[in-house]
Write a protein that binds this ligand. Structure first.
Ligand SMILES: Cc1cc2nc3c(=O)[nH]c(=O)nc-3n(C[C@H](O)[C@H](O)[C@H](O)COP(=O)(O)O)c2cc1C
Length: 236
């Protein structure tokens, strides 16, 4: 069983909370894995050209081209993204939009596989986690576990964090905040979060031992239908 991990953070490995948590999940699966970082990659969003409709291969030539085969071959995914403006950051969204290429003519390249969603935010990572889960659902991938952490917003290191009135330190600690290492959030200092990531990896590894892709596909199809119904009712 092979697990593909993707860190959608544009920050360097050493400082990215997303990277740390995705790695922790992967290390605990007990499976063969590969961890890819989207940092520095050039990946555009889907351009709706329908070039993939016939053969399920995206025709946009950028760094996504080399990732297609890895996505197709993996048995499970650990996808992590930072919270930007209460949603996924741009490159992770673009990366997941491009999974559109696998959808046509009821191809089941992704159906019934398993996923873990990881999100990190200056305040919370729940928004990207929920978005990743939604993308998984569109491909009938079941989210086996979710991991949410708090990371260091750029405001802690931009140089203006102690005085800037729109910065995270000011929002969190108010007027006169002093930025010290103790107040800078880091997922490594959050034992519950690190444990949740390790547990998510173990669970994924266990589930992969006998994953019935047909059954998972059926379950996710049903879930998708319910969600669609909910959306129709909400927009009425
Ligand atoms: C453009 C931008 C927008 C952000 N918006 C939010 C936000 O709405 N909510 C939040 O909790 N954190 C926000 N953050 C903070 C990041 O989510 C935080 O720095 C997180 O630790 C990033 O994860 P990483 O270290 O793996 O890159 C934002 C950061 C940037 C650069």
């Amino acid at each position: 069983m092979k697990v593909l991990g993707v860190s959608g953070s544009p920050r360097k490995e050493g400082v990215s909370g997303v990277h740390k948590l995705v790695k922790t999940v992967l290390e605990n699966t007990g499976c063969e894995y590969e961890l890819i970082s989207l940092r520095g990659k050039k990946i555009s969003g889907c351009i709706a050209c329908l070039g993939c409709a016939k053969d399920n291969i995206c025709k946009v030539k950028d760094d996504m081209t080399e990732l297609r085969e890895k996505i197709a071959e993996a048995d499970a995914y650990v996808i992590g993204a930072p919270n930007y403006y209460s949603t996924l950051n741009g490159i992770t969204h673009a990366f997941l939009e491009r999974w559109f290429q696998f959808r046509h003519q009821e191809r089941d390249t992704l159906w019934g596989k398993l996923g873990v969603a990881v999100g990190v935010g200056g305040k919370t990572g729940i928004f990207p986690v929920n978005e990743i889960e939604k993308f998984f659902m569109y491909s009938f991938i079941e989210t086996a576990a979710k991991v949410v952490g708090q990371g260091a917003a750029a405001c802690y290191s931009c140089g203006y964090g102690e005085t800037c009135k729109v910065g995270v330190p000011y929002f969190m600690y108010g007027e006169g905040v002093k930025i010290t290492p103790e107040i800078i959030p880091d997922v490594s200092k959050q034992p519950d979060v690190v444990r949740a990531a390790a547990d998510a990896g173990k669970l994924l590894g266990e589930r992969l031992k006998n994953n019935d892709r047909g059954a998972v596909t059926g379950k996710m199809q049903k879930k998708m239908q319910e969600k669609m119904q909910e959306m129709i009712e909400h927009s009425a």
